[in-house]
Design a protein around this ligand. Structure first.
Ligand code: SF4
Length: 207
């Protein structure tokens, strides 16, 4: 897995820009002490370790699911009772932490979005264009699928137990069946990236 800026650039940055706009102090204006928004983040009790304070004084985080003692299964039960039977984990469409189950769902249920992601996958093959222009090219090639194959050529259909037994020595053996099939178990939010590593938002956003 290479270095990612996805959460910082696609989530943290736009949210901070919007919050500053709502408060009436767009970047780089200084926000007076005591002026802040309350940001509610949906982390459940079984993920409490992902609940963190905001890194700026103008945002105060609250975790209503934790405050209410809601676990992931409590959330799913409540959603089902309100007619939302199939609620997927929150994540970007083209997340490299997806397992085959998520890739199949995208292919089978959202063909247009799947095509967008296939196009995105092809576009990242040489890494970040700006980094390359700055003389720091990607050493190798980037892929969204764990097999390091183009997404539209990767094996994403479910593999039967019989087929697994016939794949001795295949690189997929090194990846647990469950990980390849289901991907990263956690969803992703601006303050709790599913990779589990701390989010490093761009320095100019910390102000
Ligand atoms: S879901 Fe999270 S880790 Fe995955 S691409 Fe989106 S921001 Fe990155």
């Amino acid at each position: 897995m290479s270095r990612r800026q996805c959460t910082g650039q696609y989530k943290v940055r736009p949210i901070k820009e919007k919050v500053r706009e709502l408060l009436g102090y767009p970047h780089p204006q200084r926000i007076p002490t005591g002026v802040h928004v309350e940001q509610w983040i949906g982390i459940s009790v079984d993920e409490f370790h992902r609940a963190k304070d905001a890194d700026v004084a103008y945002m105060k985080n609250r975790f209503p699911l934790i405050e209410s003692g809601f676990s992931r299964s409590d959330c799913l039960r409540m959603l089902r009772s309100r007619g939302f039977g199939q609620t997927p984990k929150s994540a970007c469409l083209g997340c490299p932490y997806h397992g085959n189950a998520q890739w199949r769902a995208l292919r089978d249920e959202s063909p247009q979005e799947c095509q967008d992601v296939v196009t995105f996958d092809a576009a990242i093959r040489s890494g970040n264009a700006r980094a390359t222009a700055e003389g720091k090219p990607l050493l190798g090639q980037a892929y969204l699928h764990r097999s390091r194959r183009p997404l539209d050529q990767a094996s994403i259909d479910r593999v039967t137990a019989h087929e697994w037994s016939g794949r001795q020595g295949d690189i997929f053996d090194a990846l647990a069946d469950n990980e390849l099939e289901n991907g990263e178990p956690n969803g992703c939010s601006p303050r709790s990236c599913r990779s589990g590593t701390p989010i490093q938002a761009a320095q100019d956003l910390a102000a």
